[in-house]
Design a protein around this ligand. Structure first.
Ligand SMILES: C[S@@+](CC[C@H](N)C(=O)[O-])C[C@H]1O[C@@H](n2cnc3c(N)ncnc32)[C@H](O)[C@@H]1O
Length: 271
């Protein structure tokens, strides 16, 4: 079959952008045509569809409701890594955790991708939270992409991630997968049991009530437009407990947004 996805016309790009923004809040700006084309090609190939027009017909038709989540999934950017923006984890360890002694704790990784962020949070809790085993502590980890969530749940990564650990002691929370080529490691059960993964589109109603002590929403708001960011920050304010912390990506400061949070340090805010 001849794939013609290189024929992405401006009206196709506009249609795809409109759907992805309406469903997921993700704003595919002009200039992103090459990226959209490459990702769309991937989906068309999976479906065995050769023409973009046929694909657009599919998403506009009766079967659209089933296909649109797949389109959104393929359009997401899932780049992440263990202990990304490491100073956030230092701040947690040094300032946030010591003030949370003896209590039930709920942390939320609100766009968790393939799991590196929530597992990093769980490792910090395991290493530095006093009396963890006697306490009710959980990291909720959600994402819109079912594809990355299934990788996150599997908890298997290339062995090279061990190099990303800021402290070699954290390597004990991974065990080698026997026979894997190239070598892989698996997150251990004592870390996995702290993390609960769930599918959640941040644009839709949230089923959980909170309150959360800590929310990590990093490197996803950059894909949203200003009003969408504004509304999301307002909702985070509602579900955080008073004194709770919101961590955003370092390129996502809230300076252009109205909010009631207290600025603590770069990309860290407190309710
Ligand atoms: C670049 S990754 C960031 C991962 C991690 N927070 C980090 O900083 O390393 C962005 C993630 O946001 C997710 N995402 C995008 N739009 C979303 C939405 N509307 N609701 C939930 N997750 C979304 C994507 O699927 C992707 O996995």
């Amino acid at each position: 079959m001849q794939l013609c996805a290189e024929d992405l016309k401006p009206q196709h790009f506009r249609k795809i952008s409109e759907v992805v923004q309406r469903v997921a809040g993700i704003h595919l700006k002009e200039g992103k045509e090459a990226l959209v084309r490459a990702r769309l090609m991937k989906r068309l190939r999976q479906l065995g569809i050769g023409r973009i027009e046929d694909y657009l017909e599919l998403i506009e038709g009766e079967r659209g409701a089933g296909e649109i989540p797949e389109l959104v999934d393929v359009m997401t950017t899932n780049k992440t890594q263990f202990f990304r923006e490491a100073d956030h984890f230092d701040f947690l360890r040094e300032t946030v955790l010591p003030a949370l002694a003896g209590r039930r704790l709920r942390f939320w990784s609100a766009a968790c991708s393939s799991g590196e962020e929530p597992y990093s949070l769980a490792i910090v809790l395991r290493e530095h939270l006093h009396g963890l085993e006697r306490r009710d502590v959980r990291v909720l980890a959600t994402d819109i992409s079912r594809r990355v969530l299934s990788r996150a749940r599997r908890g298997v990564y290339p062995a090279s991630v061990l190099e990303e650990m800021p402290d070699p002691a954290c390597r004990r929370y991974f065990r080698p997968c026997p026979g894997s080529r190239p070598p892989e490691v698996e997150v251990t059960e004592e870390i996995r049991r702290l993390v609960h993964f769930a599918h959640l589109n941040l644009m839709e109603p949230w089923p959980m009530r909170g309150p959360f002590q800590v929310i990590f929403c990093r490197n996803v708001m950059i894909y949203f437009d200003r009003p969408t960011q504004q509304e999301l920050i307002r909702r985070f304010g509602e579900i955080l407990e008073p004194g709770g912390y919101l961590f955003v990506g370092h390129s996502e400061g809230l300076s252009a947004i109205r909010h009631d949070f207290q600025y603590i340090r770069p990309a860290v805010y407190r309710k």
